[in-house]
Design a protein around this ligand. Structure first.
Ligand code: SF4
Ligand code: SF4
Length: 430
């Protein structure tokens, strides 16, 4: 029996394929150019129309997000996106709201772009890795020049035009050791409220490229697992003491959802995959943006209806494999409910007892998720009793004041008031 497509699914469309006006050192997509050797990497009007109409008609929910990504989508020019909005409006049934998102490096944005993005309520993801030296370490143009100034200019321009945007920050070997510099730059200098962090894990293939999700070695640019955990912990600690309700970080929102048991806020924290597909410029539909590889090609929407491809057994197997391939070490892990083994693309490490399939970033997730557990329990208690999440900051201040008083009153040989079980003189009193 052929199963039906799910009532809602998400596709990231790549109208310019892998083509970009920058040459960021860690970009996992630039090499995908090799998959389409004779292509001009421009989505035709015909493919765009077909994509938008099939995608909107396949959704059985009141709001649909049309998402554009790259490569660099702005290379398609503003007129292309004007036509996409017209096409979407033309195909949306009465009562359906269409939301638009676009990920960009910001280089080509100008007043005309911003007026269009604002008028059509686009949500923009602006790629930036933090302050100048940390950003320019990897995000360079084809001439090898850093792009920091141009991206900061794009952020200011969008702010002036009141375009809704958030920061998309990769965490790599260059910036992972500077969590608070990165976070405070976005919060205090750029004055943005939403940050999405993405850990860079580049697997080296047997031919030396990083084209496929193969190989168990990573490039020097990749983030170290323990440093990744420390990065999240440092920013979380600052956030939970002063920014709850004011700053929004994808990993913290996802953790809160996991602790509250309200479902997954990111695909990596979901039990299964298969709900976040990628569409190439020529209509080829892949199981996921991170698996644009021949083995994960579902078909082409110009030949087979998208609904059929999304309902396919191939996609179901791909999705279920995330849950079904977890090693025992994960299945018995205390934070499985919040980690879910993260993304299958990063599962190339061995568990301590030698079973394959452990996530390369496991040590970082274990440390971070263990660290936030008491805070997340307090947050969940607040929300489930009808109180506000930001009340946690006052609770922590009170706890810390009480603890300071207890430290001041503790004798050298008393048990440490922090609850470690050690004597005060060997713990906080040392
Ligand atoms: S493969 Fe990774 S990125 Fe793709 S849907 Fe699954 S968890 Fe998300
Ligand atoms: S923290 Fe490590 S062991 Fe636990 S579920 Fe995540 S990857 Fe698996």
């Amino acid at each position: 029996m052929v199963r039906d497509a799910p009532p809602a699914f998400h596709i990231m469309a790549k109208p310019s394929g892998a083509i970009c006006n920058l040459k960021c050192a860690y970009c996992f997509f630039l090499e995908k150019e090799r998959l389409y050797p004779d292509s001009d990497f421009r989505m035709s009007g015909e493919v765009m129309e077909e994509y938008v109409s099939q995608y909107i008609r396949a959704q059985q929910v009141p709001e649909v997000t049309v998402a554009w990504q790259g490569g660099e989508p702005t290379l398609m020019g503003l007129d292309f996106f004007r036509r996409t909005v017209e096409a979407a409006a033309g195909h949306a049934p009465p009562g359906m709201r269409i939301a638009y998102t676009m990920q960009t490096n910001g280089i080509l944005l100008d007043d005309a772009w911003c007026e269009f993005l604002r008028a059509n309520h686009f949500l923009i993801g602006l790629s930036m890795d933090g302050p100048r030296e940390l950003h320019d370490a990897n995000r360079r143009d084809k001439g090898g020049q850093g792009t920091f100034e141009r991206v900061e200019r794009a952020a200011r321009l969008m702010q002036r035009h009141q375009v809704d945007f958030n920061m998309l920050c990769t965490v790599n070997a260059a910036n992972a050791g500077h969590p608070l510099e990165v976070y405070r730059y976005f919060r205090d200098v750029l004055c943005v409220e939403w940050i999405q962090f993405i850990p860079i894990v580049e697997r080296i293939n047997s031919d030396g490229s990083t084209l496929m999700q193969e190989g168990d070695k990573v490039t020097d640019r990749s983030v170290d697992p323990a440093v990744w955990g420390d990065f999240l912990i440092a920013i979380f600690d600052e956030w939970v003491h002063r920014d709850v309700g004011k700053m929004f970080v994808n990993y913290f929102e996802a953790a809160a959802a996991s602790w509250a048991g309200v479902g997954a806020a990111m695909c990596i924290t979901d039990e299964t995959c298969g709900n976040a597909l990628a569409l190439e410029h020529n209509g080829d539909l892949y199981a996921c943006d991170h698996f644009v590889e021949p083995a994960y090609l579902l078909g082409n929407i110009m030949e087979t209806p998208m609904r059929e491809l999304v309902a396919s057994e191939t996609l179901r197997r791909f999705g279920d494999n995330k849950r079904d391939s977890l090693p025992r070490y994960c299945r018995e892990c205390g934070v499985l409910f919040a980690c879910r083994g993260e993304c299958p693309k990063n599962r190339f490490a061995l568990t301590p007892d030698g079973e394959p399939g452990l996530n390369y970033l496991c040590a970082g997730y274990k440390a971070w998720l263990g660290h936030i557990d008491p805070f997340m329990r307090t947050l969940t208690d607040l929300l489930s009793s009808g109180r506000y999440a930001d009340e946690i900051m006052g609770i922590l201040r009170e706890q810390e004041n009480d603890q300071r008083k207890a430290f001041a009153a503790a004798g050298r040989n008393d048990p440490c008031p922090c609850g470690s079980g050690r004597k005060f003189k060997h713990c906080h009193g040392s």
